[in-house]
Design a protein around this ligand. Structure first.
Ligand SMILES: Cc1cc2nc3c(=O)[nH]c(=O)nc-3n(C[C@H](O)[C@H](O)[C@H](O)COP(=O)(O)OP(=O)(O)OC[C@H]3O[C@@H](n4cnc5c(N)ncnc54)[C@H](O)[C@@H]3O)c2cc1C
Length: 497
C-alpha cells in the first residue's frame, strides 16, 4: 500500500449505502487521520426497502467487528440460507427450487449434482433437482439456524433479512459513536471547481460543506454523479423488463424459514421475507405488462390482504448502472450508482464491494487515473455479471401463461457472456470452465448456474428422457440425502425472537 493520505470524505445520503460506506471507510482510515462526514436530508428520507442480503453482509459485520448479538435484534433480522424460486417453471416436478449460498459441505455434494446435471442435459433420466443436493436447502426447509453444534465444524454460508430503516439507524449510531460526523441537512446545489471536480455541497440556508472526496449515496436522485457531473447512465431495460414495485408488510410468519421466497406472478415476481416483527412482501413488475392498480390487486390477493384497508407503497426502479462509478473526486455508491432489480438481493453486496475496492484502489494510487480506470472496469464487470445471472432467470423461465413470461423467454437481447453460458449448457460443455473463460468478475459460480438451469428443468422434454446405459453411473441421491440428513441433525431450529 502506498501512503496516500486518506482524504476527507463527504458522503451525501444516509440510506443503507451511505451508512455502509461511511462505516467501512471510517473503519479503514480513521487511525490514519481519515475523516468521514455524512449529510442526509430527513425530509427526503430513504427508500426504505431492501430487506434481503447475500453473505457479503455477514462478511461486512465480521470485518467491522459487530457481533450478531449486537445488531440482529435491533434490526428485526433473521437468517437467510438462500432463495426459493416458486412458480417460475410449469414443467412437472420443477415448480420450485432453492438457490443456496454455497458452504463447505456443498464441496462434497456439488460434484455429484453437477455430474447428474451433465447426464440429464444429455437426456438421461437421473435425479438432478438442486434442492436434493445442498445442506442449506435442507436447513431452510426444516427451519433451522445456520449455527451448528460445537462438534460439527462445517457452518454454512449465510446472509440475513433485516428492516432497512432499522439497519440504517443501527449503522448510523455505530458510526457516529466512533467519530463519523452526521449532518442532517438538505443539499441544494453541488459546487464544481473550474477544473470540473466537486468543490463543495451547498445546503439549504447557505451552509457550504467542503471535502477532498465526495461519495454520492443520494439514491435514485444521483445528485452529484449523474446530475452535477453528468456521468452517463446505461439502462438495462432491454433485458430486465421490471421497472416498478408495490410493497406491503403483513404479520410475522409463525414458522419462520431462513429463506427468501421469490414467487412468480403475472408480470413479475413477489418476495416474501420473514423478519422477526413482520413479513416483508413486494411485487416487482413491469409497467409495460400490468397497471399499478392490477399489480396491487394481484399482490393483495396473493398475500391474503384483498379486503384490508392497509395502504400499499409504490416504487419506481431505475434499472441500469453508471458507466463509471468513480468519476473525478466522486464515487457513486448504491442506487445513485445503479440498480439491478432485487431478484437475488445483490444491491448491498455491490455497495460493500464498491466501498472496499475503492479504498484499496485509492490506497494504491490516490487519484491516479489508471487505478481509477481499473476500479471502474472491475465494478462494471461485477454489475454485468450479476445482471446476466438475473436475466438468465427470466430467459429460462418455463411459463407460458402471460405475455410477460412469453416475451422474456423469447428475448434475444442477451449479452455475449450470457449467450456463452447458455450455449455451454445446451452443448454439454463444462460450466465451470466456461465461467472462467467468460467472466472477468464471476459473481456466480458453477453451483449457482447449475441450480438455475436445473431448477427450471432446462433439460430435454421428459418424454425424451431415457434410462442410463449400461456401465454409466449417476451420483447416488440416496447416499447424498443420508449424508445431508446426518449433517442437518447438528443444527438447532430457528429460535423465535
Ligand atoms: C423494490 C426494491 C427492492 C429492493 N430489495 C433489495 C434487497 O432485497 N436487497 C438489497 O440489497 N437491496 C435491495 N434493494 C436496493 C436497496 O433498497 C438499496 O440498494 C439500498 O437501500 C441503498 O439505497 P441508497 O442508500 O442508495 O438510497 P436511499 O435509501 O434512497 O438513500 C438516499 C439518501 O440520500 C439522501 N438525499 C437525497 N437527496 C438529498 C439531498 N438533496 N440532500 C441531502 N440528502 C439527500 C436521502 O435523504 C437518503 O438519506 C431494493 C430496491 C428496491 C427499489
Amino acid at each position: 500500500m502506498t501512503e496516500a493520505a486518506p482524504p476527507h470524505i463527504v458522503v451525501l445520503g444516509g440510506g443503507s449505502a451511505g451508512w455502509i460506506t461511511a462505516c467501512l471507510l471510517h473503519h479503514r482510515w480513521a487511525q490514519r487521520g481519515g475523516k468521514v462526514t455524512v449529510i442526509e436530508s430527513p425530509e427526503i428520507g430513504i427508500i426504505g426497502v431492501g430487506e434481503g442480503s447475500t453473505p457479503q453482509l455477514k462478511a461486512m459485520f465480521d470485518h467491522l467487528g459487530i457481533a450478531e448479538s449486537e445488531w440482529m435484534a435491533p434490526c428485526d433480522a433473521t437468517y437467510k440460507l438462500g432463495i426459493r424460486f416458486t412458480g417460475w417453471s410449469e414443467r412437472p416436478g420443477f415448480d420450485s427450487y432453492f438457490h443456496p449460498f454455497p458452504g463447505p459441505v456443498d464441496m462434497h455434494t456439488e460434484p455429484g449434482f453437477e455430474h447428474n446435471c451433465r447426464l440429464a442435459r444429455r437426456g438421461f433420466d437421473v435425479p438432478a433437482r438442486p434442492d436434493d443436493w445442498f445442506l442449506a436447502a435442507q436447513l431452510a426447509d426444516q427451519g433451522k439456524e445456520p449455527h451448528p453444534s460445537a462438534n460439527f465444524p462445517f457452518a454454512p454460508s449465510y446472509g440475513y433479512h433485516f428492516d432497512a430503516y432499522k439497519l440504517g439507524g443501527f449503522l448510523r449510531d455505530w458510526a457516529v459513536a466512533r467519530g463519523v460526523t452526521h449532518l442532517p441537512r438538505k443539499v441544494e446545489q453541488v459546487e464544481l471547481s473550474e477544473g470540473g471536480d466537486v468543490a463543495a455541497l451547498l445546503c439549504e440556508g447557505g451552509e457550504r460543506i467542503d471535502g477532498d472526496f465526495f461519495v454520492d449515496c443520494s439514491g435514485f436522485r444521483a445528485l452529484i454523479m449523474q446530475q452535477a457531473l453528468g456521468e452517463e447512465f446505461l439502462p438495462f431495460s432491454s433485458n430486465l423488463f421490471a421497472d416498478s414495485a408495490v410493497v406491503m408488510p403483513t404479520a410475522r410468519d409463525d414458522a419462520m424459514q431462513p429463506q427468501t421466497q421469490s414467487i412468480a406472478m403475472k408480470a413479475g415476481w413477489r418476495w416474501h421475507i420473514p423478519l422477526t416483527a413482520r413479513t416483508g412482501n413486494g411485487y416487482v413488475y413491469s409497467s409495460r405488462y400490468i397497471s399499478d392498480e392490477a399489480a396491487e390487486a394481484e399482490l393483495r390477493a396473493a398475500i391474503g390482504m384483498a379486503d384490508s384497508e392497509e395502504p400499499v407503497r409504490f416504487l419506481k426502479m431505475k434499472v441500469g448502472r453508471v458507466r463509471n462509478s468513480w468519476n473525478r473526486n466522486c464515487l457513486a455508491v448504491g442506487l445513485s450508482q445503479g440498480f439491478i432489480e432485487p431478484l437475488e438481493a445483490t444491491a448491498l453486496h455491490i455497495v460493500i464491494a464498491t466501498a472496499l475496492e475503492f479504498a484499496q484502489a485509492f490506497e494504491q494510487g490516490g487519484f491516479a487515473p489508471d487505478h481509477r480506470e481499473r476500479f471502474n472496469q472491475q465494478i462494471a464487470a461485477r454489475y454485468e455479471s450479476i445482471r446476466d445471472y438475473i436475466v438468465a432467470h427470466y430467459r429460462l423461465n418455463q411459463r407460458s401463461d402471460t405475455a410477460f413470461w412469453r416475451d422474456n423467454a423469447a428475448n434475444h437481447a442477451l449479452s455475449d457472456n450470457l449467450k456463452a453460458m447458455m450455449t455451454a449448457w445446451f452443448t454439454h460443455k463444462d460450466m465451470g470452465a466456461t465461467i472462467a473463460e467468460t467472466f472477468s468478475v464471476p459473481a456466480y459460480g458453477a453451483m449457482s448456474w447449475h441450480c438455475l438451469f436445473a431448477g427450471y428443468g432446462t433439460f430435454p422434454p421428459q418424454a425424451k428422457m431415457r434410462p442410463l446405459p449400461e456401465g454409466a453411473e449417476a451420483a447416488s441421491l440416496a447416499d447424498t440425502q443420508a449424508m445431508l440428513a446426518a449433517c442437518a441433525s447438528n443444527f438447532p431450529p430457528v429460535r423465535p425472537a
